[in-house]
Ligand binder design. Sequence first.
Ligand code: CP
Ligand code: NVA
Length: 313
Amino acid sequence: VTSLKGRHFLTLAEYSREELLFMIRTAMQFKQRYLAGERIIPLLVGRHLAMIFEKPSTRTRISFETAMKELGGDAIYLSASELQLARGETIEDTARVLSRYVDVIMARVYEHYKIEKLAQYSRVPVINGLSDLHHPAQALSDVLTIMEKKGGDITRLKIVFVGDGGDNVLHSLMLAIGILGGKIIIASPKGYEPHPSVVKLFNEHASPNGGSYEIERDPFKAVENADVVYTDVWVSMGQEKEKEKRIKDLEPYRVTVELMNHAKPDAIFMHCLPAHRGEEVVNEVIDGKWSVVWDQAENRKHAQKAILALLTP
Ligand code: CP
Ligand code: NVA
């Protein structure tokens, strides 16, 4: 793998299988060094990360901020509502100006085109910290967790996502698994399929590597013999108006003890968090023997370090 410095991180589809594996290996090394007590690894001394948020965040904000600081750099939290963006300054102009002050930008936005535009007009790398369509930083971290829990070859695993097939976290997870040559089963109702733009990316970047996905309407059939059962909220940020309909449509896809008992006995349960307990997953599962959700959250920081260290010029 040649240097990744200066590259954007918008959907994962910008990266080859080898590059993704390189990022994951780098994250693993950062984690080992962190657990061995090595707090500061001064690779980004004097560098600044700007973090723009249009939506709330706990994990993404804090893992990126601590990661940047532990790499010797600094991070600035910017609420979109407090930038001149809120008064009509364009994304293009914001990108042009910000990228003359900082070395790397991370942004969490509603419409995905906004992060693309930011990247197009920025002189420095732009990292997607979640858009309505993608959450690539989450997916990189999740692959790391799956490899830690289930071994390095994810192509041998049965990975099942249960719930909203049009979810941003699923979109990035399916691209990550697919680019690495693996397969994902999506258990979702009619009308909740992956977004056409994600299917297109999948066909172009994952299928040639042997990656595949399959939609199965019956959640019990889908999770049969599963190694990994993943879910996310039914009502994502920005979908509050559709709340009632979504909950009604997705009700049969709740991850319950009974559902987990159809997976392999040593299956793991994953969730990007925050969870709406009692909705997409019951307490007995998220707090039960299957759950790896806290390790998942922990891994975000190590994965962010890899992204920041490898991409920041
Ligand atoms: N999983 C995740 O991105 O969480 P936050 O919304 O708290 O950042
Ligand atoms: N799908 C969720 C993920 C939150 C991390 C949302 O977009 O709200």
